[in-house]
Design a protein around this ligand. Structure first.
Ligand code: PMP
Length: 355
C-alpha cells in the first residue's frame, strides 16, 4: 500500500476473481463461462463497430435497451445496461442501501456482495443458509433491509422458486430487493415477470454465461422506471459510456439469435444432468443445481486436494476455503467431452488416494 492510499479503503479486501491462466492450456471449469462461442452474428456486429471506434458509444444504449425490452416484455425505461452485471450490483448498492436501509444477503453467496458493501461503506448482515445450503425465505420476510439474493445462488447452484421470491419482495415494500439472476437461463423462472407488480424489485442478468459473452462485459438490470432512473443517476455520475459500441452491437446480435441461445442452454442442462449422475456414481454428493455449474464433494478426498490434483492434470475447477464449503468444489458445466475428461480424471485420482 502506498502512503497515499485513502484511509477510506485501507481495510478493503478486494474480490478475488477465478484464475485466468495464460501459461498452460487448461480444461477451464472454474469461472462459469460458456464452453460455446458467441452466436455467429456477434463477430460480424463487432467487426462493423470496430471501424467506428473513433466515436463515443451511445450513452443511452438505446438500441440494446429497446431490444432487451422487446425480449423481456418491458419498456426501454425499465432497462439499464451495464459493463457486466457486477456494475449494476455496485450501482444498486450505492443507490438503494445505506445506514437506514442496510444490506442483507446469505452468508454463502456471490463473493462480490460484501466487497461492494465495504467499498460503499454500507453495513451488511449475512444470513446463514440452512444446513442443506438452501435459502430460508422466512429469514428475509419483512426484515426492512435492502436484500440481495442470487437466484440460483452461487456457489451452491440451488434455486428458490419464484413464489418464495415474490413473498420476500412483497413483505419488504419499503426496501429494494435485488434478485441477481446471472444463472437464471439454465432452468429457473425469472422474476422479471414481477417487475410491473412491485416497484421495489430490481432483477439483474448478464450476457456472460448463457449468451457466451463474458469477455464482452455486458449485463443489465430491469425494474420500475423510477428505480432505473435512480441507477442512471449513479451511472451518469461514474461512467456514462459504460457499454462500448462493440459490446452494445454484440448484445443486439446475441438477442437476435434465440435458437442458438436456447440450444446452448439446453445442452448445458443436459451436460449438467450427465455430470451430476457420473459424479454421484463415483460417490459424490452433488447439490441439485439450476445453474451452469455443480457444487460437489466426496468423503474420499478433501476439496482442496481434489482441486490441486485436478489442476496438476490440466483441469481447473473452483475451490473456496470458507469453513462450511471447503469440502466442495464448484465445477462449471462445459461440453460433454470436457465433462468426460473431468470425470475420468476424478476416477483416476480417487484410485490413487484409495487404491
Ligand atoms: N452474479 C453472480 C452470482 C455471479 O456469479 C457473477 C459472475 N461472477 C456475476 C453476478 C457477475 O457477472 P458479470 O459481471 O460477468 O455479468
Amino acid at each position: 500500500m502506498s502512503r497515499f492510499f485513502s484511509r477510506n479503503f485501507a481495510s478493503l479486501t478486494p474480490y478475488t476473481p477465478g484464475e485466468q491462466p495464460k501459461a498452460r492450456q487448461f480444461v477451464k471449469l472454474n469461472t462459469n463461462e460458456s464452453p460455446f462461442p458467441p452466436a455467429p452474428g456477434v463477430a460480424v456486429a463487432v467487426a462493423e463497430q470496430a471501424g467506428k471506434l473513433q466515436l463515443y458509444s451511445d450513452p443511452e444504449i438505446a438500441a440494446l435497451r429497446a431490444r432487451l425490452a422487446e425480449t423481456y416484455g418491458v419498456t426501454p425505461g425499465q432497462v439499464i445496461c451495464v459493463n457486466g452485471s457486477d456494475e449494476v450490483l455496485n450501482f444498486a448498492f450505492m443507490a438503494f442501501a445505506d445506514e437506514k436501509s442496510p444490506l442483507a444477503f446469505p452468508d454463502l453467496t456471490y463473493g462480490f456482495y460484501p466487497v461492494f458493501a465495504q467499498l460503499n461503506r454500507i453495513p451488511y448482515e449475512q444470513i446463514p443458509l440452512m444446513d442443506d445450503f438452501s435459502i430460508n425465505a422466512e429469514d428475509y420476510t419483512g426484515i426492512n433491509k435492502t436484500i440481495v439474493i442470487a437466484n440460483p445462488n452461487a456457489p451452491t447452484g440451488l434455486y428458490l422458486p419464484l413464489s418464495e421470491i415474490e413473498g420476500i419482495v412483497a413483505s419488504n415494500p419499503d426496501n429494494v430487493v435485488i434478485i441477481d439472476e446471472a444463472y437464471i437461463d439454465f432452468g429457473g423462472e425469472s422474476a422479471i415477470s414481477l417487475v410491473s407488480k412491485y416497484d421495489n424489485l430490481l432483477v439483474t442478468q448478464t450476457f456472460s454465461k448463457s449468451r457466451s459473452m463474458a469477455g464482452a462485459r455486458l449485463g443489465f438490470g430491469i425494474g420500475s422506471e423510477k428505480l432505473i432512473a435512480d441507477l442512471n443517476t449513479i451511472r451518469y455520475s461514474t461512467n456514462p459510456y459504460n457499454v462500448n459500441r462493440m459490446t452494445e452491437a454484440a448484445g443486439v446480435a446475441a438477442l437476435d439469435d434465440t435458437a442458438y441461445f436456447e440450444a446452448n442452454c439446453r445442452t448445458i442442462m443436459e451436460n449438467r444432468a450427465w455430470t451430476t449422475k457420473a459424479l454421484e456414481a463415483l460417490g459424490f454428493t452433488v447439490l441439485p443445481s439450476m445453474a451452469n455449474f455443480v457444487f460437489a464433494k466426496t468423503d474420499a478426498i478433501d476439496g482442496g486436494t481434489l482441486y490441486a490434483k485436478l489442476k496438476e492434470r490440466g483441469i481447473l475447477v473452483r475451490h473456496f476455503t470458507k469453513d462450511r464449503i471447503r469440502d466442495f468444489n464448484r465445477i462449471t458445466i462445459g461440453t460433454l467431452d470436457q465433462m468426460k475428461t473431468l470425470v475420468c480424471a476424478i476416477e483416476a485420482i480417487l484410485k490413487e488416494v484409495q487404491p
